[in-house]
Structures are given as structure tokens and as C-alpha cells.
Design a protein around this ligand. Structure first.
Ligand code: DP6
Length: 349
């Protein structure tokens, strides 16, 4: 009877109970043009626009129930967080939702990732996208994709892009209130089903410097940062057009360049930020060599040691075979362009 995803009112002995439970699943996304730097930390407004692929196969499922709880309860991958950064980020996010929905109830949030958390596989993006959809629905809000993307952005910037399907652009926006800074799909997943990202996991350790701190330090003291911003519009144009025309070389080459530029900025901050480990670098060298020898592939790396290899479906078996010869690779996850965030019926509790 009480199985619905949305707000459900039922009458029982003349009292109205409000059933406020909802579950959503969202995929991670990997940026082809990276978001690196905020212009407003509170509203999570970026310094530059970015473009990503929503990755089928790396997802977070989240159930949120508002109810008779004394305080918010947050469980991620079976572990209850009672205090600390993660707990505060999640409860802070729910405060935004409670304010919008004009409700006061505390919530229980249970989340399950199918990828290593906080190791550069964008779990905060899928996490906050799923949380935005599940919590807004459970709170009785009915947000459209643009509004959901802006809400997810408040949890983690890149989460704004995990609301949309396929290839997604997050617009920097100009307004101080952030109402023009949202993400939308620029090509659906059927547009380019052969496009692949191979997420190569080289370490499951949590990263020492979260992207939030890394980008803040870069904006604050990197002398190369203005160069990064000056070349972004060109990267966006080249990659946006490359996706539209399905020009793989154009998208791959420019994504790899954009990734290296982002890392160049963070490496040249004080103190330097280097997310790569020796296996990361070995894979990068291999990809460059394969590419020179007719196995077209490119790499991109985020705020962690994992490498994502950009390639086409036809080359996946050969690339996987070659990766087997490299030591210290824990796992390879093949991702194709995936769905945007969705509500599902199976609650996690
Ligand atoms: C390198 O979205 O994790 O992955 O907004 O502070 O939560 P916050 O940062 P986050 O940063 C992602 C940085 C990146 C590049 C990208 O995904 O665009």
C-alpha cells in the first residue's frame, strides 16, 4: 500500500500521515572539458563552462525518507556517517531542500555506490545528483531537469551534469544568483552509442586533496590559471562541435589537451597538487604510444590517480588486452553514454 515514490497522504483514524520516501539512481560523469575553479563557493558557481559524458555503469542509488527522525541519518555503502565533512555536506544539502519545500522533518538517507568512493571516479557527482532527485521528490517538490541540475550543483558542481543524459554541457552563467548556471544534455545517448570511456582504477585509496580544496588553491595562487580560462571557450567550441559531428579525433585530442592543461594549473600552485601515481603516468605514456600506432585512444584524468581512456567501441577489446600487461591496475570499468538521473521503485531501506 505505502509503496509510492512520491509524497503519499493517507487517512488513518482521522489523522493525515505524509509518506515522504523516494529513491533515485544517477550515473557519474566524466568531463571532456573540465570544471576547475569556482566564482562563488556558497552557490557553487563555476569559473568556466564544462562538457561531460554521463557514464552508464558507474552509479549511485539513494533513498531519502523524511519522517520522525531526531536528526538526519546518513549511511553510505553500509557505513553510517555521524559527523564530519560528508555528513555536513549531505545535511547542509538537505537544509536547502527543506527550505525550498517548506518542511522541517529530518531524514534518513541511504546511498549505495558501485564504484570506489572519492578516488576520482566522480562519486560526488552521481551522489549529489541522486540525492537531489530523491530528496526533492520525497519532500514533495516536482522540479524540472533544469531546476534539478541547479539543485544538484549546490551539493557538488559536477553533480549538475549527472542529471542529464548522454553528453551534457554545464553553463557557467553570468548572474550572481546562479539562476543561469545549469547543465543540459547537448546530445542524447543514442546520438553516439559507440563512444566509450574506460575507467582504469589504479588505486582505491581516498584522495588526500579533494577537488574542492584543489580548485580553490589553484584559483587563489596559480599564475597559469588565467591561461586556463582564456582557452576554455575554444575547447568548448571544438568539443561541442566534435560531439555534434561525431568526430572522434577532434573530441579525443582536445579532451586530452584540456585535461593536461587543468593538471598543469594545479601542479603549478603552492604547494603543488599532483594527483597522478606511477601507474597513472605509465598508462598515459601507453595511450600516447598506442595512438601513434593506429590504436586511436586518448586519456583524461580528474582529481585522483585513475585514468579514463577515451576510445570507440571497436577498439575496446584490444585496449583491454594491452592494459592487462600493465601492473597495479585494479579494475577497468567500461562506460558508454548513459541515462540521466531517474526515480526507481526499489527503496534501499
Ligand atoms: C576534476 O564537482 O567534485 O572532476 O563542486 O567542489 O564538489 P565541487 O567539485 P567537483 O569537481 C570536479 C572536478 C573535476 C573536473 C570535472 O568533473 O569537471
Amino acid at each position: 500500500m505505502i509503496q509510492r515514490n512520491d509524497v503519499y497522504k493517507y487517512k488513518y483514524f482521522n489523522f493525515y500521515y505524509v509518506y515522504m520516501k523516494s529513491t533515485a539512481v544517477a550515473n557519474a560523469n566524466i568531463a571532456l572539458v573540465k570544471y576547475w575553479g569556482k566564482r562563488d563557493k556558497e552557490l557553487m558557481l563555476p569559473q568556466n563552462s564544462s562538457i561531460s559524458m554521463t557514464c552508464d555503469g558507474m552509479s549511485t542509488a539513494t533513498t531519502v525518507e523524511f519522517g520522525n527522525y531526531k536528526k538526519d541519518i546518513f549511511v553510505l555503502d553500509g557505513r553510517e556517517f555521524k559527523q564530519g565533512t560528508e555528513y555536513n555536506e549531505v545535511t547542509g544539502f538537505l537544509d536547502i531542500v527543506r527550505k525550498k519545500a517548506e518542511i522541517k522533518q529530518k531524514a534518513k538517507i541511504v546511498s549505495q555506490n558501485n564504484m570506489p568512493t572519492a578516488a576520482g571516479l566522480a562519486s560526488s557527482a552521481s551522489g549529489f545528483a541522486a540525492l537531489a532527485l530523491a530528496s526533492s521528490k520525497a519532500a514533495g517538490l516536482d522540479l524540472n531537469e533544469k531546476e534539478l541540475s541547479m539543485l544538484a550543483r549546490r551539493g557538488s558542481g559536477s553533480a549538475s551534469r549527472s542529471i542529464g543524459e548522454g553528453f551534457v554541457e554545464w553553463y557557467r552563467g553570468e548572474k550572481p544568483d546562479g539562476l543561469d548556471s545549469y547543465a543540459e544534455s547537448i546530445a542524447f545517448k543514442e546520438h553516439w552509442p559507440e563512444f566509450r570511456m574506460l575507467a582504469v582504477v589504479v588505486s582505491k585509496k581516498e584522495k588526500k586533496i579533494k577537488s574542492r580544496a584543489g580548485m580553490a588553491q589553484t584559483v587563489a595562487n596559480c599564475s597559469l590559471y588565467p591561461c586556463w580560462l582564456n582557452t576554455i571557450e575554444d575547447d568548448l567550441k571544438i568539443i561541442r562541435n566534435g560531439i555534434k559531428k561525431k568526430n572522434f579525433t577532434q573530441v579525443g585530442e582536445r579532451s586530452q589537451l584540456n585535461c593536461l592543461k587543468m593538471h598543469a594549473t594545479m601542479m603549478s600552485t603552492t604547494p603543488p597538487i599532483i594527483y597522478w601515481n606511477p601507474t597513472t603516468i605509465e598508462i598515459m605514456h601507453s595511450v600516447i604510444e598506442w595512438n601513434e600506432n593506429e590504436l586511436e585512444s586518448y586519456f583524461t584524468v580528474d582529481a585522483g590517480p585513475q585514468v579514463k581512456i577515451i576510445c570507440l567501441k571497436k577498439n575496446v577489446p584490444e585496449i583491454e588486452k594491452r592494459l592487462k600487461k600493465i601492473s597495479n591496475i585494479e579494475r577497468v570499468i567500461e562506460c558508454r553514454p548513459g541515462d540521466g538521473a531517474k526515480l526507481i521503485h526499489n527503496h534501499l531501506f
